[in-house]
Design a protein around this ligand. Structure first.
Ligand code: ADP
Ligand code: ZN
Ligand code: ZN
Length: 727
């Protein structure tokens, strides 16, 4: 009997599409892939459901599918259900959501077969016949690996071995079996360290909830041993036959973090981050799906990895903004993780030294359980923090005398120093001394940043590049001066100021090459670099034991930003950065340069710490009815034509307003703070509601009319639920 399949197809259209098939409905399972022709192109679609054709008439006008790709569903039911939830919650077309979830190769129609490789096993040897040198080496290596070893691993140790392997196989002294290719070679294991009582309590509490959905927020000061607690829990989960998914933020951390897990857990670890190839991503995803990958460590999109035997989801640095996707499907991985954990009935452990106000609010609402680690695990104390008035700072590089003096002291004592500045490049302003001309981006309402090494002007908002001019384009004067300092300028000055001390710069420019970041980290560890200048990248999670002084430059923008999250983010950044000092046996110290050292923000943060500061900020948000105490959605539009985005959003406001309801406030439209970006004029409309439900109901009712509005086709627009960036 024929049937009709209802397919999710990657298109902005918000509906399923029906195709005719000659298989009965019972053949189809949701989550299978098929190839179809859609709007003149061949594409991969996912089966959502199927129904039998009842009469000859029915379905006769439908197109047929071109190819069945999977005999079994590629997406497990639970993942598919999660994606359906994501599509509803984020008001994003289902077909596009599925695109985000699947690894590229699988999205393009690759088979879901795992890649295999040859593994070798030693046979029971009755006669210890003499063999050649190479063959003997292979035999003794296999002796060490009773559970087998891959041919590539043998090759890595012994060079080219294929003839010797063949010959040993012919003698029946070794056997070959293909096995699923695992992504990471195992290493020698380290012994676990005994957990302290705080850590033990964290592990016990989470472990006790292992059979149920239960979110935990773990607030653990920097260096308090959160990672050790994750490892201990993972170990218990593995022993109980469960998989563990560990989410980490997007910045450079993966290497060290994975290394620690590898050294402690004798299991197959799958890493899913932006550094791996499409082939590795597909293999890792499939290994997890088959239950062959036991520990899955990945960034944001790894939250969609299938986990047939899930026992626990861990989210490290849960406050990190990289968990929120900022384009396409604007999901938050923490939110998705909670939904999945709920469906799977497992606990979620969210750790941070600086928890987000969202999560702290959930603790207040008694939806998350609160756990704490209040001591540094190594016994080190948190560093002393001092504020310095930056009024008297050097006009070019921006460092104060006090900071330079401290640097000398700490370096002379044989220690390392970190300087943070959240601005890469050489200088943020290039200006003509004679006529006042400034280098502006042609496509954005923004200045071009000087990148001296590459000899360019670079727009950090749209990526446009110009050659660094040697004279003013307006008046031809040669008096071009750069103002302000970025990492590059500071690095250059430090090299002059400290001629005998190696300086290293860690930012997105210096770490672009593959492995560059890991290489720098090992240079820092070995003490080859003693002054480290970097952006936030350096602030995250690193454990450098010889760093005793941390300097923070140019933080004041955070105090005046129009973004309502700016102070929260500044408090998090300062606390994280502070945590980089004095992690080893030596005591640390932090100097913060500010133009506003008397600002109450500093007094609160330094005297009272992050927890109390966050609590105050949260109280303010609750009083003002702002997220997380209320629910926001933003509808954004951008167009090449100046007024179009505003016009369209005006229409959208009208559509929303036509629904009689009082609970959702519609504010705007207003032009974005940086109105022009990448050659497009941008505007936004803000929706605010005390309750989540009416907001979503309103969007449910209006999204169709909005997407079918005649202006919608002439511009780009998007919907952002729980936005975190309003600039
Ligand atoms: P966090 O993830 O909270 O920053 P880590 O797990 O990285 O903390 O631990 C910080 C340092 O303390 C690391 O060097 C780690 O090896 C060490 N450490 C963690 N737990 C213990 C423990 N129970 N005993 C001794 N050292 C520990
Ligand atoms: Zn000029
Ligand atoms: Zn630009």
């Amino acid at each position: 009997m024929a049937s009709i399949v209802h397919l999710a197809i990657p298109t902005p259209l918000r509906q399923l599409f029906d195709y005719l098939t000659d298989k009965p409905a019972s053949f189809w399972q949701s989550g299978m892939r098929v190839r179809v022709n859609f709007a003149g192109r061949s594409c991969i679609a996912i089966v959502i459901r199927a129904s039998d054709v009842q009469s000859n008439e029915e379905g006769s006008k439908l197109k047929s599918i071109d190819e069945i790709i999977d005999a079994q569903p590629l997406l497990p039911e639970e993942v598919l259900q999660t994606v359906l939830w994501v599509s509803r919650y984020y008001h994003h077309p289902l077909g596009e959501c599925l695109q985000t979830v699947l690894p590229k190769r699988l999205r393009k129609g690759d088979s879901s077969e795992l890649q295999h490789e040859a593994w070798w096993f030693k046979n029971e040897d009755s006669d210890n016949k003499k063999t050649g040198e190479k063959q003997q080496a292979i035999l003794s290596l296999l002796e060490d690996y009773p559970e087998g070893i891959s041919q590539s691993a043998i090759k890595a140790q012994l060079g080219n071995v294929s003839t010797s392997l063949k010959s040993l196989q012919q003698q029946q002294r070794i056997t070959q079996k293909p096995q699923a290719k695992l992504p990471i070679a195992r290493t020698e294991l380290n012994l676990p360290c005994a957990l302290n009582s705080e850590q033990q309590q964290v592990v016990d509490e989470v472990w006790q909830s292992r059979e149920q959905f239960q979110p935990f927020l773990l607030e653990g000061i920097t260096g308090s041993g959160k990672t050790e607690a994750y490892i201990a829990l993972s170990e218990k989960m593995l022993a109980a036959g469960r998989q563990v998914l560990i989410l980490i933020p997007e910045i450079g951390l993966t290497g060290q973090f994975v290394e620690r897990f590898k050294q402690r857990l004798n299991t197959s670890i799958v890493v899913l981050n932006s550094a791996i190839s499409d082939g590795e991503r597909k293999q890792g995803w499939l290994l997890a799906r088959e239950g062959l990958g036991r520990i899955i460590i990945g960034t944001r999109s790894a939250v969609f990895t299938p986990l047939p035997e899930a026992g626990l989801i861990i989210i490290d640095e849960e406050h990190d903004s990289s968990y929120k996707q900022q384009d396409g499907l604007r999901y938050h991985a923490r939110q998705v993780a909670l939904i999945r954990a709920q469906k799977m009935g497992v606990p979620v452990l969210m750790g941070s030294a600086t928890p987000s106000l969202e999560s702290l609010y959930q603790v207040k609402q008694q939806r998350f359980r609160f756990l704490q680690l209040q001591q540094r695990a190594t016994g080190a104390s948190l560093p002393a923090v001092h504020l310095i008035d930056s009024q008297g700072a050097h006009p070019d590089h921006g460092l104060t005398e006090q900071l330079l003096k401290k640097m000398h002291q700490h370096l002379e004592a044989g220690n390392q120093v970190i300087l943070f500045i959240n601005r890469r490049g050489y200088a943020p302003v290039l200006m003509c001394h004679d006529c006042g001309w400034q280098a502006q981006c042609n496509h954005c309402d923004a200045r071009m940043v000087v990148h001296k090494q590459r000899h360019i002007l670079f727009c950090h908002h749209c990526g446009s590049i110009q050659r660094l001019p040697d004279k003013c384009p307006e008046c031809e004067s040669k008096q071009l001066k750069s103002y302000g300092a970025g990492t590059e300028k500071i690095e250059q000055h430090l090299q002059t100021l400290f001629p005998d001390t190696p300086v290293i710069r860690v930012d997105r420019d210096s770490t672009q090459r593959v492995n560059a970041f890991d290489k720098m980290v090992s240079e820092i560890r070995q003490g080859q670099a003693r002054i480290l200048v970097g952006t936030q990248m350096l602030a995250k999670g690193h454990d450098f034991h010889d760093v005793t002084l941390v300097g923070v430059l140019d933080t004041d923008q955070g105090l005046y930003s129009a973004d309502f999250r700016a102070t929260e983010n500044l408090a998090q950044m300062i606390t994280q950065v502070t945590g980089r000092a004095g992690r080893g046996a030596k005591e640390g110290e932090v100097l913060i340069q500010s133009e506003q050292p008397q600002h109450p923000f500093w007094r609160n943060l330094i005297r009272e710490g992050y927890a109390l500061t966050a609590d105050k900020l949260l109280q303010e948000r609750i009083e003002m009815g702002m997220p997380p105490a209320s629910h926001w959605a933003v509808i954004r539009a951008e167009a090449k034509d100046r007024s179009l985005a505003m016009d369209f959003l005006g229409e959208v406001a009208g559509i929303l307003g036509s629904q009689s309801q009082q609970t959702v406030m519609v504010m705007g439209p207003v032009p974005a703070i940086m109105e022009k970006k990448g050659g497009r004029y941008r505007a936004q409309l803000l929706l605010n509601s005390a309750e989540r439900k009416p907001l979503h109901q309103l969007l449910d009712r209006c999204t169709d009319s909005i997407s079918r509005h005649k202006l919608a086709r002439k511009l780009r627009w998007s919907m952002d639920i729980d936005p975190i960036d309003l600039l």
